[in-house]
Design a protein around this ligand. Structure first.
Ligand code: COA
Length: 181
C-alpha cells in the first residue's frame, strides 16, 4: 500500500513560441505530450516500475494556452485497479505579467505497470486518507466502468448493418446520405 502523497507530481513549463500553432496559441498536442510525461512520472513512482499509457479520458481544452504562459500540471493517483492506475491531471496556466491563473484542462490518464519482460505488473494499493481522495477514488472507479461500457458498445459492428438500418440511425443527424454510383 502507498499513500497518494508518495507519487503526487507537479511540473511547470514555460510555453515557448515553437509550441504555437498558426493561430498563435499552444498546440493541444504539445500539452498532451507534456501531460503524458507527467502521468508517467506519477504512475511510475506509485508502481515502482516502467509504465505505459493505456487510455486518456475526458480531455477538454477549456481555454487556449498562450505563448509566455507558465503551464503547471498537477498529477496524482486517483484510482488503482490490479495492474492499472488512473492518474488525475489538472492543468493551470499562469500569466506572469497579469498574475492571473486559469484552469485550462482536467483529464484522466490510465497507465499500466509493466515488468521488464513486458508482462503486466500488479500495482500497490492506495492508502486513502481524506474525503477528497475518497471522492476521487470513487470517480476513478466510475470512469473505469464507463470506459469499459464504451468499449463494449463500440464493438457493435455497424459494417454488418443493412444500409436502411444505418440510414435510420442517422436520420436526425446533420448529414445527407447519397452514395456515388
Ligand atoms: C492496454 C494493455 C495493457 C491491455 O493488456 P491486456 O492483456 O489486453 O489487458 P487485460 O484485458 O488483461 O486488462 C489489463 C488491465 O488493463 C485495463 N485495460 C485494458 N484495456 C483498457 C482500456 N482500453 N482502457 C482502460 N483500461 C484498459 C484493464 O481494465 C485491466 O486493468 P486492471 O489490471 O487494473 O484490472 C495492452 O494492450 C498494452 O500494453 N497496450 C499498449 C500500451 C502502450 O504500449 N502504450 C504506449 C503507447 S505508444
Amino acid at each position: 500500500m502507498k499513500t497518494i502523497a508518495e507519487s503526487e507530481t507537479i511540473y511547470t513549463e514555460l510555453m515557448i513560441p515553437s509550441y504555437a500553432n498558426f493561430g498563435g496559441k499552444v498546440h493541444g498536442g504539445i500539452i498532451l505530450s507534456i501531460m503524458d510525461k507527467v502521468a508517467y512520472v506519477c504512475a511510475s513512482k506509485h508502481s515502482g516500475s516502467y509504465v505505459v499509457t493505456v487510455a486518456v479520458e475526458g480531455v477538454e481544452f477549456l481555454s487556449p494556452v498562450e505563448v509566455g504562459d507558465l503551464l503547471t500540471i498537477k498529477a496524482s493517483i486517483n484510482y488503482v485497479g490490479n495492474t492499472t492506475m488512473i492518474v488525475g491531471m489538472r492543468t493551470e496556466c499562469f500569466n506572469p505579467r497579469t498574475s492571473h491563473t486559469r484552469h485550462t484542462n482536467s483529464c484522466y490518464f490510465t497507465m499500466a505497470a509493466k515488468n521488464d519482460d513486458g508482462t503486466l505488473k500488479e500495482v500497490p494499493g492506495l492508502i486513502i486518507s481524506n474525503h477528497q481522495q475518497l471522492v476521487r477514488f470513487c470517480e476513478g472507479k466510475l470512469i473505469r466502468d464507463l470506459s469499459k461500457k464504451k468499449r463494449e458498445a463500440l464493438k457493435n459492428n455497424f459494417a454488418e448493418y443493412k444500409v436502411e438500418e444505418l440510414k435510420e440511425l442517422c436520420s436526425l443527424e446533420k448529414c445527407n446520405v447519397e452514395f456515388l454510383k
